[in-house]
Write a protein that binds this ligand. Structure first.
Ligand SMILES: Nc1ncnc2c1ncn2[C@@H]1O[C@H](COP(=O)(O)OP(=O)(O)OP(=O)(O)O)[C@@H](O)[C@H]1O
Ligand SMILES: [Mg+2]
Length: 327
């Protein structure tokens, strides 16, 4: 593992064995019993929300089956990558050509992330590859929703559904990390991290690590940290507004202010930075509009009303810039 990965707690604390995973009990039980006779393991389809252990479980399986050799016999690909399907086809061909299997390696494993982002044509091609290569490869497909996966693939896989993690699970895991890293922490700060990360353990660990760089894990430091990550959410609000999706943009904006506690003027400042970075043809109009609302906020006008009006104006500017074409 490289040093950078070591510095990232999400990697440092990624479990290496299925039994060390947080919760996901039904999934872990089924997978553990499959591991008793790996030769009979079917292709797998993992579904579930972000950051709950799907990739982690896939890597645990590869490790359990192939021990020290797992890296050589495991291929991790992102299916939404345009070259995805061709890369898979090529790799599978190479696997099949050189049947250089070690006695204790029953097959290679291809872990394919974001399968739900593949077009149905690409999925049909994938299905064919899965069929012709099953003597040399097992696929572990990963998706957020199984509904976006074509039926013939679903029926060829054992489907394992990962659940969102509960507050108790997340808080306990964060506590464990705090102890290992010798951090001082308040339990309610860990609960706040859970709330903000909505059951996504990756996000939770990242917030914890960012808060730890400020100092003690208390409510204040966690709020400061989530303020930083909320900055990225401002980008999302701005993009929705530009696309003319006013209602969605407004409800995200309100969430930022009321749930994340972002200050209205900070919202405007982050939005300003984000918009100027986009180098729109009509950036000057956007700059004028933002200056207008900045002034109104200083003068004490109602912030939510003003920022909603700003989003509406951004919609017009986005339209002129050609940003609100139907997706
Ligand atoms: N169930 C879990 N047990 C222990 N750690 C977990 C669990 N789920 C997530 N993590 C932590 O969060 C990080 C991300 O998890 P993982 O990559 O498995 O998420 P994922 O479900 O594949 O998410 P995505 O859909 O975003 O790819 C891991 O490195 C690990 O530190
Ligand atoms: Mg993943």
């Amino acid at each position: 593992m490289s040093t950078i990965q070591n510095l990232m707690w999400v990697e440092k604390y990624r479990p290496l064995k299925l039994e060390d995973m947080v919760n996901q009990k039904p999934v872990v039980e089924r997978l553990s019993s499959m591991l008793k006779s790996p030769n009979e393991m079917p292709h797998l389809l993992f579904t579930g929300p972000p950051g709950v252990g799907k990739t982690t479980a896939a890597l645990c399986i590869a490790r359990a089956i192939m021990n020290d050799y797992w890296r050589d016999y495991t291929l991790e690909l992102n299916a939404s990558d345009e070259r995805g399907i061709n890369t898979i086809r090529e790799r599978v061909k190479t696997f099949a050509r050189y049947a250089d299997r070690r006695v204790d390696i029953p097959f290679r494993i291809i872990i394919l992330d974001e399968v739900d982002a593949m077009t149905s044509d690409a999925q049909t091609a994938l299905r064919r590859i899965m069929e012709t290569s099953s003597n040399v490869c097992r696929f572990i497909l990963i998706a957020n929703y199984s509904s976006a996966i074509i039926e013939p693939i679903q029926s060829r896989c054992a489907i394992l559904r990962f659940s969102p993690l509960e507050e108790k699970d997340v808080v306990e895991y964060l506590e464990k990390i705090c102890k290992l890293e010798n951090l001082r922490y308040e339990k309610q700060a860990l609960s706040l991290i859970y709330e903000v990360s909505e059951g996504d353990l990756r996000h939770a660990i990242n917030i914890l690590q960012a808060a730890a760089t400020i100092g003690k894990i208390d409510l204040d430091n966690v709020k400061k940290t989530t303020g930083i990550s909320a900055k990225f959410k401002v980008n999302e609000v701005v993009n929705l507004a530009f696309k003319g999706r006013f209602n969605e943009a407004r409800s995200e904006l309100i969430k930022l202010i009321r749930v994340y506690g972002m200050l209205e003027r900070d919202f405007l400042k982050y939005a300003h930075d984000a918009i100027l970075k986009m180098k729109l043809p009509n950036a000057h109009e956007a700059a004028e509009v933002m200056a207008k609302y900045d002034y109104r906020l200083i003068m004490g006008a109602h912030p939510e009303i003003q920022l909603s009006a700003l989003l509406a104006e951004l919609g017009k500017i986005g339209k002129e810039a050609g940003l609100n074409k139907e997706e």
